[in-house]
Ligand binder design. Structure first.
Ligand code: DX5
Ligand code: ZN
Length: 219
């Protein structure tokens, strides 16, 4: 099955003092989506930004905004991220647990795309039955909280397994990977079945962002 590969640079690695310029530069250099890492200092040991960031970058790009909510009780903020302009709202199984299904329904009710994410040490089992209720499934390949970490290859069998579930469903569900993606591991990651690639450090540390984004997509 031919899958469209999409590159989603993470603005966690951007220079926040010129975020608008950074986002415009990503669009100019061929990014397919903007990955917006929202952190609350509770679910993860870091704090980034919230709905206002989404609202402001919404004004400078037409690219889909991919909001990765690393926050506790994300159901409390889904509607506000939707109103701010997020296109995909992704919530952690580990933050929702028995409220995951209702939270995905809530995202759907806002008209936005429903995303669920699992940490490197979370198996597929607890989310298996909800995969086909999503528009995107995100497999973390680092423990959430910061950029520039090393890719955890042990997550690849989960990518293979989730890709099989998606393909068997016949539904057009994206499979995203997030954390430590680079030019060395990207080919194996895509072969495993991921088609949406988050890249923070790899893109923002590059001399030539257009070349790196293109290489991540085509290598
Ligand atoms: C980590 C974030 C990731 C991270 C990716 O908690 O969810 O999106 O910013 O950055 P790199 O590609 O540098 O690992
Ligand atoms: Zn992320």
């Amino acid at each position: 099955m031919d899958r469209q590969v999409k590159i989603a640079p993470s603005i966690l690695s951007a220079d926040f003092s010129v975020m608008g310029e950074e986002v415009k530069d990503l669009e100019k250099n061929g990014a397919d989506m903007i990955h917006v890492d929202v952190m609350d200092g509770v679910f993860v040991n870091n704090i980034t930004f919230g709905m206002k960031m989404v609202k402001d970058i919404r004004k400078v790009t037409s690219l889909p905004l991919d909001a990765h909510l690393m926050i506790v009780e994300p159901w409390r903020y889904v509607e506000r991220f939707a109103e701010a302009g997020a296109d995909i709202i992704t919530v952690h199984y580990e933050a929702c647990r028995e409220r995951l299904s209702e939270t995905l329904d809530l995202i759907g009710s806002t008209g936005k795309k429903r995303g669920l994410v699992i940490n490197p040490d979370t198996p597929v089992e607890p989310v298996r039955d909800l995969i086909t209720a999503c528009d995107m499934v995100l497999v973390m390949s680092v423990f959430p909280g910061k950029g520039g970490q090393k890719f955890i290859p042990d997550v690849l069998p989960k990518v293979v397994e989730i890709r099989k579930i998606i393909d068997e469903s016949g539904k057009n569900i994206d499979l995203e990977i997030d954390g430590g993606v680079n030019l060395e591991n990207v080919s194996l990651i895509k072969k495993s079945g991921a088609n949406v690639l988050v890249a923070g450090n790899t893109v923002f540390s590059a001399e030539d962002r257009r070349a790196v984004i293109s290489a991540l997509r085509n290598d």
